[in-house]
Design a protein around this ligand. Structure first.
Ligand code: UD1
Length: 314
């Protein structure tokens, strides 16, 4: 049994990590400011410690890491468009808080930190799939802040010998992804709209593509990264390895849900990447990672969950 801190553990991905760690019998503490997370995401789990606080405050970070062996740093404001509208708030949550968590974890003697990086780091680099050796080309404050976090992780390994690993997430989806904000992930927004018989909005021509990744695959990749030997300082894609357009995603969800709505086409988003698809060879090699749940299976599980929980937008 080990002692893990999950920052952002009341959020979508963080709560899945917390659940799996608890299932494996680990001791877990969560720190979350509940800005996008919810206490209800952890309500079904017993024995998880909870600290409500903002990691942009170094003292909160120090309190959160006290005594822990591993940190899974998930806390963030995870939205490209929100960062375009309000870069300062986003910077505090994504960049300042990350430096605080790294400093606190280093000083506490934490064994390893796994950082939630983002595929947005690749930006508009023309080649697909995206390999970790490619140059980065950030298109939004969010992408830049997330990239800064992973570069801090690498520096902490180089300068202080602190074990930090970045997992670059590619458009994660699944149960508990909250559709209640216009900044929510597209799959949660589309499912809740279609289930309610409302027209989803497709931004731009809908031919942009994404490598959508079911959340349990990400949990698996992150937990492997917390244990695998020799990965300190690495940046590793975790994804499904395919890609689908937003138009095709809409059709797949409409057919799965069985409600005949037509989408509305709106303007393309500032800072939006055109195409995204991961090469997952490095995760396979270093972590023994395989995406166990495919895209279609993941969509089905997610739709089932939304139906059962009747989560809808306001
Ligand atoms: C980006 C990152 C991802 C990161 C996430 C955090 C890339 C390739 N991916 O996701 O790694 O974790 O930010 O939020 O940069 N869309 C619609 N209608 C909607 C909402 C979205 O058409 O109502 C479109 C967007 O324009 C975009 C796609 O769907 O092209 C996906 O959007 P979203 O789910 O917000 O994620 P990304 O911004 O791609």
């Amino acid at each position: 049994m080990a002692f893990y801190l999950v920052t952002g553990g009341a959020g979508f991905i963080g709560s899945h990590l917390t659940e799996e760690l608890a299932r494996r019998g680990h001791r877990v503490r969560v720190v979350d400011d509940l800005s996008t997370g919810h206490r209800r995401n952890l309500a079904h789990l017993g024995g998880v410690e909870f600290i409500e606080g903002d990691l942009a405050d170094l003292e909160v970070a120090r309190r959160a890491v006290a005594g822990v062996e591993f940190v899974l740093h998930q806390a963030a404001i995870p939205s490209v468009p929100r960062s375009v509208t309000d870069p300062l708030t986003s910077h505090r949550a994504n960049a300042d808080a990350t430096l605080n968590v790294l400093l606190a974890a280093r000083d506490e003697g934490v064994r390893r930190l796994v950082y939630a990086g983002s595929s947005s780091a690749y930006g508009e680099t023309p080649t697909l799939p995206k390999v970790e050796t490619m140059r980065t080309a950030t298109l939004s404050p969010y992408a830049l802040q997330k990239l800064m976090g992973e570069q801090y992780c690498q520096l902490f390994t180089q300068l202080y010998g602190f074990q930090a690993v970045t997992i670059r997430y590619f458009n994660v989806f699944g149960p508990r992804q909250d559709p209640s904000s216009p900044y929510s992930g597209v799959i949660s927004l589309f499912i809740s709209a279609i289930c309610d018989g409302r027209a989803p909005t497709i931004c731009g021509d809908g031919e942009q593509t994404r490598d959508f990744t079911y959340v349990s695959n990400v949990v698996d990749g992150v937990l492997r990264a917390s244990e695998a030997p020799g990965v300190a300082g690495e940046v590793i894609n975790v994804a499904t390895g395919g890609r689908i357009s937003i138009n095709a995603l809409f059709r797949a969800l409409r057919d799965l849900i069985g409600v005949d709505v037509a989408p509305i086409y709106g303007p393309a988003r500032a800072g939006d990447v055109r195409d995204s698809q991961a090469d997952i060879g490095k995760a396979r090699r270093l972590l023994g990672y395989e995406p166990a749940v495919g895209f279609e299976d993941g969509l089905r599980k997610t739709v089932d969950w939304y139906r059962a929980s009747q989560v809808t937008t306001a």
